[in-house]
Write a protein that binds this ligand. Structure first.
Ligand code: HEC
Ligand code: HEC
Length: 267
């Protein structure tokens, strides 16, 4: 009697231990997934600003922007537009490229050395975002080195951007004293923000016009063009095909000479 109940208890224990092992295995799997989950998830996450950032941003705003953009960023007649709803992306673009704070009222705010560092820029952006929402930049990598992506970016660039910024990205004049600037100094985030917010005479390329991936392809193309001064081929001082031909020629001649001498020596 006792032994059979003990066996039942043992049985139950064995059954339960199976469950325990299963639970442990599942838990382990979950932890491993969390640890090795693809980063693309974080990539799509929006940057979440802390209340601290918003407070710091407000202080910076009151120090440097309020004269033109007004208390609570609602704008000041003849000085600066309302910033309600322009979003963090617009602030990051305007402040990050040094366009804001604007020195004086001019036809077009121009790029100049940024007055605020990256952290302060994001704090200003967080503050403006907290007032009226609006577009934000995605966090994470905005550039790819994949050849196909770059080629696609080139196609999209010629279609959407080159009419104003020129094929060589040097920029060009527009009507009434305005101009599309050169893209040489633009960072990945500047490019994304410019497309997302369409400063001044530039059209807005929202996610319906150019998807996130298409924007990233354009960024990849623009940045690859800047670095790409490589004429190709084997890098003999990176001076192009003429010295390469010379090297091949010399190696070939010397090879032939050795072969001739060898044959002559044999006979
Ligand atoms: C001297 C006045 C002046 C000051 C100071 C100034 N701005 Fe501006 N801001 C302007 C004007 C004028 C425009 C519109 C110019 C344009 O369209 O290019 C503008 C445009 C902007 C825009 C673009 C709005 C949009 O529609 O996308 C943002 C963002 C911005 N300012 C942020 C700031 C921030 C942040 C500061 C403080 C660091 C600041 N500005 C300081 C005058 C000023
Ligand atoms: C209709 C003309 C036009 C088109 C098309 C256009 N842009 Fe622009 N772009 C402008 C103008 C004008 C400015 C300057 C805005 C300012 O200074 O406030 C500008 C500014 C920029 C800047 C900021 C450069 C700097 O000084 O940091 C970037 C980056 C940019 N554009 C990228 C693009 C890309 C990428 C495309 C294509 C998807 C594009 N633009 C299409 C007119 C255009």
């Amino acid at each position: 009697m006792i032994s059979s109940s003990a066996a039942r208890v043992g049985d139950r224990f064995r059954r339960h231990s199976g469950l325990v092992v299963l639970a442990l295995a599942l838990g382990l799997l979950g932890t491993m997934y969390a640890a090795f989950a693809p980063v693309s998830q974080a990539d799509e996450q929006k940057t979440t600003a802390s209340a601290e950032d918003v407070r710091e941003g407000q202080q910076l705003f009151e120090g440097g922007c309020i004269t033109c953009h007004g208390r609570n960023a609602q704008g000041v007649q003849d000085r600066g537009p309302s910033l309600i709803g322009v979003g963090a992306a617009s602030v990051e673009f305007q402040v990050g490229t040094g366009r804001m704070p604007m020195a004086r009222n001019e036809a077009q705010a121009v790029r100049k050395p940024a007055l605020y560092d990256d952290k302060q820029t994001r704090q200003l952006a967080a503050y403006v975002e907290s007032i009226g929402g609006g577009p934000q930049l995605p966090s994470g990598e905005l550039r790819s080195t994949d050849k196909d992506v770059i080629a696609e970016g080139g196609r999209l660039f010629r279609l959407n951007c080159s009419s104003c910024h020129a094929f060589g990205m040097g920029g060009g004049a527009l009507s009434s004293g305005k101009f599309a600037p050169s893209l040489q100094p633009s960072t990945d985030r500047d490019l994304y923000a410019a497309m997302l917010t369409g400063p001044q005479n530039m059209p807005v390329f929202g996610d319906n016009q150019l998807t996130r991936d298409e924007k990233k392809a354009i960024i990849s193309y623009v940045q690859a063009q800047k670095g790409d001064q490589d004429p190709g081929g084997a890098g003999i001082g990176r001076t192009g095909p003429v010295p390469e031909g010379l090297v091949v020629f010399l190696v070939g001649i010397v090879g032939l000479l050795i072969a001739t001498l060898w044959i002559a020596g044999k006979s």
